[in-house]
Design a binder for this molecule. Structure first.
Ligand SMILES: [Zn+2]
Length: 320
């Protein structure tokens, strides 16, 4: 059995809906009607909702075989919808139980694949709020479905619901000065600065930004004078020890490289200069664009159609 901290990689979390009958589940009973096929009473929330930032890396709570890897009309993610590799991850354990992680923005394991407890399986998403829905169904021959839904707490997740992040990531400031902000927005006034060589503990990233090797994002500072503030982590910033292979970067954008995929390791194929206007109609899976935030955008027209741009502080994003 693993802890919720282990499931969500030690980011801060809270339980926004418990398993069982809640005022919300009673008032939205139609959403949860499927539970009657798994031994639940009408109006029962069939899982555990754990609130975490969108795009939080998730780690399998059990060992078993992946029997569903997204593409269903239930437990969807609002961005991915019913796309494959998004939404519902279902793992079957050796004793025949089914474990579901719902509303995932990205699922990184495939059907038929064997996963180990603690293995990275993808990124969390958003559906009626940023959270992961955890559901467990154990064998029960007395039910037509052959499975009974039970509380994740006590069956696959340990009882202790206390969140205590214990492995903050540290990064070293290699820029001459790194500004610290109240929010992950460039236009928010900077309340302070770090100097080159300082070491900053950092254990979460901003809502709506995906972090994977070669990419960068806003990071929230977890200790020191600027705890709770945000830094945008630049090209010259190094992350360590990189628990999840995480790196960060900033786009300063006198020029903007155009790439053939949203991956910094792919060589640039062209450059736009400051002031260029790029038609953008789509952002990459796993990134949500809100006013003031940055993301990869897919170029819809012109000589770089189909290429990707990282939309920095000099970019204007038009969403239609
Ligand atoms: Zn739920």
């Amino acid at each position: 059995m693993i802890s919720i901290d282990d499931l969500v990689g030690n980011v801060s979390w809270s339980i926004t809906q418990k398993f069982g009958k809640t005022s919300f589940s009673i008032s939205h009973a139609g959403w949860y009607a499927y539970g009657i096929h798994y031994g639940l009473e009408w109006g029962t929330h069939p899982g555990l909702d754990i609130a975490i930032p969108v795009l939080t890396p998730l780690f399998s709570p059990v060992s078993g075989e992946v029997i569903l890897s997204g593409g269903t009309s239930v437990f969807t993610n609002v961005v991915g919808g019913t796309d494959p590799q998004t939404g519902q991850l279902k793992i079957r354990t050796d004793d025949g139980s089914h474990v579901i992680l719902g509303h995932m923005r990205r699922i990184d394991v495939k059907e038929g694949e064997r996963v180990d407890q603690g293995q990275h399986v993808g990124l969390s998403g958003y559906n009626n709020g940023p959270h992961v829905h955890v559901e467990i169904r154990i064998p029960d021959a007395s039910l037509d479905s052959g499975l009974r839904i039970v509380s994740p707490i006590g069956s696959i997740l340990s009882e202790n619901p206390i969140s205590q992040p214990t492995r903050p990531r540290l990064f070293r400031v290699d820029a001459d000065v790194l500004s610290v902000h109240d929010q992950p927005l460039m236009d928010i006034q900077s309340p302070g600065e770090y100097q080159r060589g300082e070491v900053i503990p950092c254990n979460t990233v901003a809502l709506a930004q995906e972090v994977k090797p070669g990419e960068r994002a806003w990071g929230q500072i977890s200790g020191g004078d600027f705890a709770g503030k945000w830094v945008y982590l630049g090209f010259t910033t190094e992350v360590r020890p990189g628990d999840n292979g995480v790196q960060f970067y900033i786009v300063t954008a006198n020029t903007k490289n155009i790439r053939i995929s949203p991956d910094s390791s792919v060589p640039a194929v062209g450059v736009y200069t400051r002031g260029s206007i790029l038609p953008i109609d789509e952002v990459v899976d796993g990134e949500v664009v809100d006013p003031g935030q940055r993301a990869w955008g897919k170029i819809a027209q012109g000589p770089f159609e189909g290429r990707w741009a990282y939309l920095g502080s000099q970019s204007t994003l038009k969403l239609t």
